[in-house]
Design a binder for this molecule. Sequence first.
Ligand code: G3I
Length: 341
Amino acid sequence: MNKIFRLTVLAAGILAGVACTACKKSPAATATKAGMYFGVAIQPGDILDENKAKLIVQNFNAIVPENTMKMINIRPTKTLWNFSDMDKMVDFAQKNKMMVRGHTFIWHQQNSTIVNQIRNREDAFALIGENINQIMTRYRGKIACYDVANEIFNEDGTFRKSIWYKWCGTDLYEEAFRMARAADSDAKLFLNDYSHEEAGTPKAEAFYEFVKSMVEKGVPIDGVGFQLHLCTDYGINEERLRENIRRFADLGLEVQFTEIDIRMKMPGSEADVAIQKEMYETLMRILKDEPNVNTYMTWGYTDATSWVPATFHGYGDAHLFDKDLKAKPVFGSLVELMKNK
Ligand code: G3I
């Protein structure tokens, strides 16, 4: 890194940090003023730690529980409902006027052992129905939208052979949306996935066709989630991403960016950092231009507690704040883009 570049990066970093703590309008308020949601996935401990809680409130106007609402945590056994962490998150959001996304009801991971007792499709319908009813009635009016089902496709466009698919085929996916609409008619309902964001891949095509068929059948779906777990090695095909977003708009559906992070091979080079910045910015520009996109959720805020290195060995630095909870220069750029929305 040459000296001038290094100083510029340093100055931008300091400015970004200052922007989060001292300016009149916080990034969270900037997002609210722009009429958009700029959010983050959090863990229960984040709101118990004063510094982290402050950082989250100042910088984001929406949250999603990274793991807390998944079955293994919220309903560890058939009779034990563990609402305490989720209640605290929802109260935190209410107090700080933050939108909450609910994540997730139907998934192939992080299920509790109750799923081992499923013997037929009726059991599967009943279990998912109970979870939807209990959670959505408890948080009615407090959780704005839900990932009703998550990651139901394989990369090749076939349906994932999860326990849910094994018993119910795709019927449960559609019925879950109906059950969710009945439980809270004001909550927006989403089908969420990853690696289906750019039109033209087998997964993107299969996902689109399935959602289109849901709309045609009158299944109550409001939108689709694009997780966007990205990597500087591959970049983004902006044209294909916009094409995909627009065809969901044509179906009358919203697209939410639900789990953004952009990892790089460690140690990250200057070039990687620059590519990452450009990619985060591109997503924000797309949000500004495409009328059916208004939610930019990041999957965790700090490299200190990231899920990334454990899953992608040798990769990291994916988030907007570093390991010392300092905003990276890219964070300041995103705030500037939001100001001009
Ligand atoms: O809480 C236990 C702890 O008690 C135990 O000692 C420790 C030992 O491994 O595990 C802890 O649980 C971990 C949990 O995160 C909480 O930190 C699990 O092992 C770990 O598997 C789990 O990972 C989560 C992952 O979903 C589960 O598959 C990640 O935090 C979470 O970021 C990730 O989120 C998913 C989205 O839900 C869906 N889209 C992809 C995204 C990234 O994989």
